[in-house]
Design a binder for this molecule. Sequence first.
Ligand code: AKG
Ligand code: FE2
Length: 300
Amino acid sequence: MKLTPEQAAQFAEDGYLLLRGALTAADLDPIIAEYEEYIDRRAGELLAAGHLSALYADESFDRRLISICREDDAIYKELDIMRFRGRASFEFLCNDRLLDMVESLVGSEITCSPIQHTRAKLPAGLTPGGSDPHVAPWHQDAGVTWEEADPHFILTVWLPLCAATPENGCLQILPRAHGNGLVQHHIKQGLGTVIVDDEMPQIAPLTLPMDKGDVLLLDKQTPHRSTPNHADTVRWSMDLRYQPTGTPTGRPFHPDFVARSRSNPASELRDYDEWCRQWEEALAKVQGRGIKAHRWAVVE
Ligand SMILES: O=C(O)CCC(=O)C(=O)O
Ligand SMILES: [Fe+2]
C-alpha cells in the first residue's frame, strides 16, 4: 500500500503515521505459524528433558508462551529476529505491501537495517532476570544508533502480531516532538536507554492501542516508550527499520541488506540462507567483544 500525499504530509507534520488494517492475515500468519511451530518443538524438548510439566498445546499464540515460561524461560531469549532466523520472518522484511509504505517515505532504494526485533513481551515479573528489554523507557530511535547514522533518515515500522493494548504494554509516543534533532539520553541500570529528564519535551503522550494488521510508522526523532505488560497475554510485535541504501545504519557490526531497489533489482537480497549466514557470522564475531551499541553514559 503506497501512502497518499496527504498521509506522507501527515507523517512529516506529526512524526508518526498510524495505518489501520494496512496488513492482512496473509501477510502476518506465516510469521505467527513459524513461531508457533518453533515453540511447539521447543516445548516438546523441554518436556522430554523434565523442565516442563505439560506442553500447553491447546493454548493460543498469545498465551502459550506464558504458561511455558512460568516453568522454564529458556525459549524467551531465542525469539528475536536475528536469533530465531525464521524464513517467513525474513520474507516479511521484503513484503511488498510493507515496502510500498516504506518506499513512500524512504524512496525507491531501500535498505533493511539490522536494528530490528520480534518482541514477545511477557507479563511483568515473568521475564528472565527481572528486567525486560521489551519495556522501553522514553527514547528516540535516533538514540540507539552510532553517531554515523545521525544525519540520515531512518524509518521505524512497528506492528503487533496480536492486539497491543495499554494493559499488555502497547506503545506511547509524543506527537509532533520530532524535528529538533537528537536529544540527550543516558543508560539507566535496569531501565535502559532513556531521554534525560531535562530534555523530555513537555507534550502529552499519546497511547496507541493497535490490532493485528495495523502498522505504525515512526520518525527516528519521535520520542516513544512502552509500558510493562500487566495483562495475561503476550504482547507479540515486530519493529523494523528501513533507510535509503548507502546510508549507515549505525550498527555496522550487524548485517543490513537491500530490501528493494528500483534501479538495480539484482542487488536485492532474496536468499534466505545467505541472510542466516550473515547473521550467524556477525553474532559469532561480536560475541564477547563488548561492543557498545548505544553511545550514552551509564548512570545508576
Ligand atoms: O516494542 C516496544 O515495546 C518498544 C519498541 C521500540 O522502542 C521501537 O520499536 O523502537
Ligand atoms: Fe524505539
